[in-house]
Design a protein around this ligand. Structure first.
Ligand SMILES: NC(=O)c1ccc[n+]([C@@H]2O[C@H](COP(=O)([O-])OP(=O)(O)OC[C@H]3O[C@@H](n4cnc5c(N)ncnc54)[C@H](OP(=O)(O)O)[C@@H]3O)[C@@H](O)[C@H]2O)c1
Length: 297
């Protein structure tokens, strides 16, 4: 058993649950932050809650991350995507505990046609991205000992995500549509957990590499390409009605929040700093789909 103790907010999130499970197998002690404390949103209560656990690191995975809901509820998005991060940053700094935080590829506007590096110009197109960018800025301002990992298109066998939504549609409909002009990289929640543990283990060796990093699954695709991979994996379980995925453009798709046409992250800095390589999202997808059908059989 390692001596490292993690305090994880958003323990029920896709990443938070994967992280707590993975920490156990890595011999790391991970404890849940009582997310009810976030309802009061006072620095005093958050600081007291952190202090009571005496963690070596706080990992924040709390987020109001359904992008279209955030567009309709910008205040709620700001509260859970920004205010929580701001208070955690202030509390962590005053307690001398480093903060590890997850951010998003949606801080970019998608105008680029090559993978975004960490220092690339940020200009979010939607409320979710705006609040997440404001959180990054607050963390940089208030908690110098931080790691921000921007990720994109997270999926797992639980929660709200594109894989589970698409699977339901494939089972219920003969025709399923997906957007074919937005490019990005799906990311398996368990791989994000693996990345966070690897970072923590190296920070614990005393290396001082605070800052912002990018991580996503390997292989650029579109939502249509991702849906086709979901269909192929689901077909093996013989439960799909749909035979193909129909392409639609962003203009034809009735989404509340605009999304970048291109949000591919350049993940070379996390490789050169921590030796962390991107894993193919396709292998994670197969695991998730097998898991979904094992639990529903
Ligand atoms: N999902 C994506 O595709 C995606 C893409 C880019 C970046 N990210 C970032 O990656 C991180 C992890 O994402 P995820 O998909 O794993 O998150 P998620 O599954 O959407 O979970 C969000 C977490 O925040 C908690 N939360 C939300 N509102 C709360 C409130 N009012 N009080 C207390 N807790 C609250 C949720 O608790 P309940 O379950 O109790 O509601 C849940 O534990 C987040 O920072 C997210 O912004 C996600």
């Amino acid at each position: 058993m390692s001596h490292i103790k993690l305090l994880v907010t958003g323990g029920s999130s896709q990443v938070g649950s994967a992280l707590c499970a993975r920490a156990v197998s890595a011999g790391i002690n991970a404890v849940w932050f009582d997310d009810n404390i976030l309802d009061s949103l006072t620095l005093k209560s958050i600081k007291a809650a952190i202090a009571s656990h005496q963690p070596d690191y706080v990992i924040n995975t709390v987020s109001y991350s359904v992008v279209d809901l955030a567009q309709d509820n910008p205040e709620k998005s700001h509260t859970y995507n920004h205010d929580v991060a701001l208070l955690l940053a202030q509390a962590c700094h005053s307690l001398n505990v480093p903060l590890v935080h997850l951010s998003t590829d949606y801080v970019f506007d998608g105008a680029q046609r090559s993978p975004y590096k960490e220092e690339a110009y940020t200009a979010p197109l939607n409320r979710f991205g705006e609040a997440k960018l404001a959180a990054e800025q607050a963390i940089k301002q208030y908690c110098p000992e931080h790691i921000i990992v921007r990720v994109g298109w997270i999926f797992s066998a639980q929660g709200h995500n594109f894989v589970l939504r698409t699977l339901r549609q494939l089972q219920e409909h003969h025709h399923v549509k997906a957007v074919s002009d937005q490019h990005g990289c799906p990311t398996y929640a368990n791989d994000v957990a693996r990345v966070l543990i690897a970072i923590i283990q190296q920070l614990d060796c005393g290396i001082s590499v605070w800052g912002t990093y990018h991580y996503s699954g390997a292989e650029i695709t579109t939502w249509k390409g991702f849906a086709e991979a979901i269909l192929a994996a689901a077909k093996k379980h013989g439960v799909t009605q749909a035979e193909n995925i129909d392409a639609v453009s962003s203009l034809e798709w009735p989404a509340k929040a605009p999304r970048p046409a291109y949000s591919v992250l350049d993940c070379s800095k996390i490789l050169s700093t921590f030796g962390i390589r991107q894993r193919p999202w396709r292998s994670g997808l197969v695991k998730v789909i097998d898991q979904v059908f094992q639990t529903t059989q």
